[in-house]
Design a protein around this ligand. Sequence first.
Ligand code: HEM
Length: 258
Amino acid sequence: MASYLRSWLWTGTTPATSADTVDRPEPPTIQTISPQASDDEDGSATETEQDQEDDDVAPAFPSLNSAQRLQSGPPATSTKGPTPARAFLSDSALMPPPPVPSLAVRTPGVQRKVGTASLFVPPTNPGANSLAVPPSTTKAPPKPSKKREKVALAPGHSAMDWANLKASGADLRGVDTLLRIPPSVLKQHNKRDDAWSAFYGKVYNITPYIPFHPGGEKDLMRVAGRDGTKLFATTHGWVNADFMLDACLVGFLVPEPS
Ligand code: HEM
């Protein structure tokens, strides 16, 4: 039994007994394989322990070919032996300076020829302070020729109320049929309760519209009994008179019969 155990614990130094030589197995041999050079560029296929150690080594800083290393002079190790030939690029070769902007070389206050400068700074008035407000903003805005006053319409006389009145079917014309109206006839309808006016060749009974007019009764009555096209157009050409007064149409303005 003791010899059996000894055969398992054999270290190679124990002197062999006669009994041991009988059934002791041969100790295993360990073969050492040395790494071989590989043609593989990345060496991934034959990566050894040594390669793995190299992966943990920090790279040189600054980088071997960097301009920073070139500026700071040769490395300390170069004092021994011949200085290695420098294959580094100079700063100017690595990064050429940008072109000088055209405005930077411009003489202040001097105007260039038209078309030569992409960004043109207009010269200030001779003798004027360069920080002065431009003359265009120093002039007061022109005053309106005539004051336009807001007219407060009576309750129930908004634009919507007028639209509702037109749609109600109420008689806003005061005539049974459309008429041919010469200026002499139009002239007779110039009262507040009987006011006709012509706009763009059509004659309207403006009396029902007077309390609804946003510009007020006074202005509207200026065209009562006459052709008000010109005054209407100069006051508010954007207003559609034909649509506003369609329910008030009484006829068409015709020349005076000869
Ligand atoms: C029957 C014909 C007319 C109709 C249908 C009419 C209609 C209107 C309308 C819809 C507005 C409001 C415009 C807006 O807010 O943009 C207005 C404003 C005005 N209208 Fe007339 N208008 C008529 C005739 C006249 C006439 C003959 C005058 C005379 C000058 C006049 C003077 C004004 C004025 C001064 C305003 C401005 C009121 C404001 O600033 O709020 N309108 N008119």
